[in-house]
Structures are given as C-alpha cells and as structure tokens.
Write a new protein. Structure first.
Length: 242
C-alpha cells in the first residue's frame, strides 16, 4: 500500500479531523528535538516537521513530491546520520514493520529520536476496522498495532519511550456534521479512557550503552581563563633603588 493513497483519504472530513489532532501533537513533540538532520517518512504531501528547528529537514516516500524516493524499509541514508525520524502511519501500512524499525535504528545517531503515529486497534476506530470487509477502503485495511506492542518493539531495539499520547475518541463517522455532534467524546475520553483513542503518538530515543553526550563547558572555560590571568609583580631593580 502506498502512502499517497492515505493522503487522499486525509482530505475527507474524518481524515481532516485525524490530521488536525496529529499535527498539533506532532508539532509539540518535535519542536524541542535538536540536531542537524530530520526526515519525515511517508505522507509527502503534508509537512509535519515545520515546527522543528533543525537546519536540514526533508521528506522521504515511495512516490510523490518527496526529496528522496525510497522504500521505508530500505532507507538510502548512512548509518548514524539522522537526528530525528518522523513516521506518520508508516508501520500499519508497511509490509515489513519490523524491518522499518530496524532501518530507523540504523540511521539514527546515538540519542536520536523517532516519533511515529498510528491507529489504535483498541478503540472505536478499531471496531470500525473489524466491521470492514477484508481489503476494504482506506484506512481500514491497514494492520493496526497497539501502543503497548509498539513500545515493546522499540524497547527490543534499544529505544527508550519518552512519551505516548492518545486522541481522536469520536466514532469513525464519515460526515462532518456527525463528527461535530460527537466532539464531546474527546473531552470525556481524554479524562476517563485516555489510552482508548482512535490514534496515538509515540516518541522514542535511541539509547546506546556507554555513550555520553559531551556538551560545551562554558563555566569551566571562564574559570580557567580567570586562573590564567597574569598577576602584576614588583620589579626587583625598583625595590633596590628604594
């Protein structure tokens, strides 16, 4: 399944509702992730890295208006070359999600971040997917994975999950009018069943044993500069003439 097909579905009322929630959450998650290179894999028509401040940000997809065209499980990037990998709805529509995560782990630097979004099978949206026929329309023919499974996969690859967020508690209805009528469930669901939202966001950091980040020691530099300051000394000839 190609991601541009999902991009077309995101133009529907339900798709726009999902993307509005995801965009707000992703912008908050990636805003304070620092580094040099950030790549968004999938959904080339939607810029979800706009809030990030890395100097080199680009999109990678199988087809479409992306800077790099490649399969998500065969990334043409050097090992340990990326500081942030963003994957919106890649795992549920990929034929080999384990291989995708292994590629992400390979291209990330130590302490690099992966941020991904997915559709939750343990939700009203998951029930809608179960009601759909095999090979039905998007996005119901994807392979949904729960947050717990995604966290397990990341942990096995050496990632530390820093943050998870769930949202989109309304039923998966088609019309914009019915979406507005069910909006109250977002407030109720966020309070009473927060992990049962139709979509989720996960932020993980690649941990490498024995690696420690070295930051500039500005205070030590000032202290050394003070210690090396010259001290005025009295001239011996002057002392003798006195």
């Amino acid at each position: 399944m190609s991601m541009p097909d999902l991009s077309e579905w995101l133009k529907t009322p339900l798709g726009r509702y999902l993307m509005d929630w995801e965009r707000a959450g992703l912008e908050r998650m990636v805003a304070d992730i620092f580094g040099y290179r950030a790549v968004q894999i999938g959904l080339p028509g939607v810029d979800l890295l706009a809030a990030n401040r890395m100097p080199f940000r680009f999109r990678c997809a199988r087809v479409g208006a992306a800077a790099v065209l490649a399969h998500e499980f065969e990334l043409p990037f050097a090992t340990a070359s990326m500081d942030l990998v963003l994957m919106p709805h890649v795992l549920e529509f990929s034929a080999d999600p384990h291989r995708v995560l292994r590629e992400v782990e390979r291209v990330l630097v130590a302490e690099g971040s992966v941020v991904l979004s997915g559709l939750n099978p343990l939700s009203l949206w998951g029930l809608r997917r179960m009601a759909a026929r095999t090979g039905g329309v998007l996005p119901w023919r994807g392979h949904y994975r729960s947050v717990m499974r995604i966290k397990d996969w990341l942990t096995l690859l050496g990632f530390e999950v820093l943050e998870c967020e769930s949202g989109c508690h309304v039923p998966a209805v088609r019309s914009a009018a019915w979406l507005e009528r069910w909006r109250f469930m977002d407030r109720i669901g966020a309070r009473w069943w927060p992990v049962l939202g139709g979509a989720y966001l996960v932020h993980g950091v690649k941990r490498v044993q024995g690696v420690r980040l070295i930051t500039p020691q500005w205070r030590d530099g000032k202290a050394r500069a003070k210690r090396l300051s010259t001290v005025a000394q009295r001239n011996d000839d002057t002392r003798k003439t006195q």
